[in-house]
Design a protein around this ligand. Structure first.
Ligand code: AMP
Length: 192
């Protein structure tokens, strides 16, 4: 089984690339951001709690996020592999994910980071806000906060997997197809 973490700052193209990887390799895409947005859409207590953090560009607490992720993985055991998008975002989330997979004699194959400079990210997110319908894409202050949270709390996730020799940076600039080709090459090399 190949289990990927698609990593990178908000607006680096994780969601776009994840859906193309799913089409090509038939992995199960798990985006914690999408799961939270579904909960919000369904007006669940979990959604209401998550919304109060998301609207400010803060992380939803680990206990909530990890529980939701675990349920999603456990509900889908028979898949070719997982693509985790937007998870893990903290070291406790890394540890919980590793433990969850180890319990099934499995592990993260590779973390692939889409490397995109800050300025490009702010303009991409503001642009996305015009059509995404996401409240957290509309306000520049919230966007800047999401980037700060990424740098402070989430970037250590790269080092966590790098220490295991399981993290690579991929140039996240260029056309969607160019970036997809770079990612596909990495996945193909894992399949061999
Ligand atoms: P995303 O769609 O990945 O950009 O996530 C949108 C928002 O959902 C984030 O800004 C966080 O508030 C929340 N979120 C998504 N994934 C996580 C996670 N792994 N840990 C904590 N909060 C998360």
């Amino acid at each position: 089984m190949i289990n990927l973490i698609l990593f990178g700052p908000p607006g680096s193209g994780k969601g776009t690339q994840a859906s193309k990887l799913v089409d090509k390799y038939s992995f199960l895409h798990i985006s914690t951001g999408d799961l939270f947005r579904t909960e919000i859409g369904n007006n669940t207590p979990l959604g209401l709690e998550a919304k109060s953090y998301m609207d400010k560009g803060q992380l939803v607490p680990d206990s909530v996020t990890i529980g939701m992720l675990r349920n999603k993985v456990e509900a889908n055991p028979d898949v070719k592999g997982y693509i985790f998008d937007g998870f893990p975002r903290t070291i406790p989330q890394c540890e919980a994910l590793d433990e969850l997979l180890a319990g099934r004699n499995d592990e993260i194959s590779m973390l692939l980071m889409l490397d995109v400079p800050d300025d490009e990210i702010v303009s991409r997110l503001l642009n996305r806000g015009k059509t995404s319908g996401r409240a957290d894409d509309l306000n520049e202050e919230v966007i800047r906060n999401r980037i700060a949270v990424y740098e402070e709390q989430t970037s250590p996730v790269f080092d966590y997997y790098a220490a295991k020799g399981r993290a690579k940076k991929i140039n996240g600039l260029g056309s969607i197809d160019d970036i997809f080709e770079r990612l596909s090459k990495e996945v193909d090399s894992l399949e061999k």
